[in-house]
Design a protein around this ligand. Sequence first.
Ligand SMILES: [Ca+2]
Length: 221
Amino acid sequence: MKRLSIVYSSGGIRKMKTKIVGIFVCMLLITTILPLTASAGDENNPEIKDKTRDVKLFGLFPLFPQFPFRYIDIVSAWIYEEENNPEYLYMSLKVMDLKNPTQKYDAIYVIDWRYKSNSYSAATHIFPTGPWPLYAGQWDEQGNDYVNSVICDGDIDSSNHIITWIIPKNAIGNPSKGSTITNIAALTDLRYPEGSVIPSVDLFKDLTWNALVMKDYQIQY
Ligand SMILES: [Ca+2]
């Protein structure tokens, strides 16, 4: 009987209307917020998810065993932004077993991408003497060197095997809110350090051209 009185009283109908409006607003919020969250990367939803145990000699020939190369074996890479730090783009690269310093080689870690027909990259080197700074900037047309670059904040986190660059957007073409950065790829490379007896050529590489996941990233802020 109580239920009937709620249905037929005007107060009950108002309550129902409020409830329906409430549910509708919630649904709107959920559908608005979800795509935003899904389009920013994180470790569980990376822009690149690479195969593992796929480091190759000269980037071409399979290697066995893979164990000695775990520190350049790319697992994933993701991009994100912080609402309270909108002038910066965050990029993280995860490998199987990051070593800092390395034992013998110059290890190079790179994420590159394209924005408005230009190429950009974030990179660093880790040597037996320790790491270089983290840096990022625009590449020249030939892909040989930086047109300009800046030193970035960030983190080389050996315990979680993640390198993170915090890149000022004004150093990478000022990508605007809603625009998309494309052709995101990661690469790693081992060379003997300059000055060693063996020439400093690219010996072992991991490239993500055949990664399991490859997504663009839409700028959030
Ligand atoms: Ca890999």
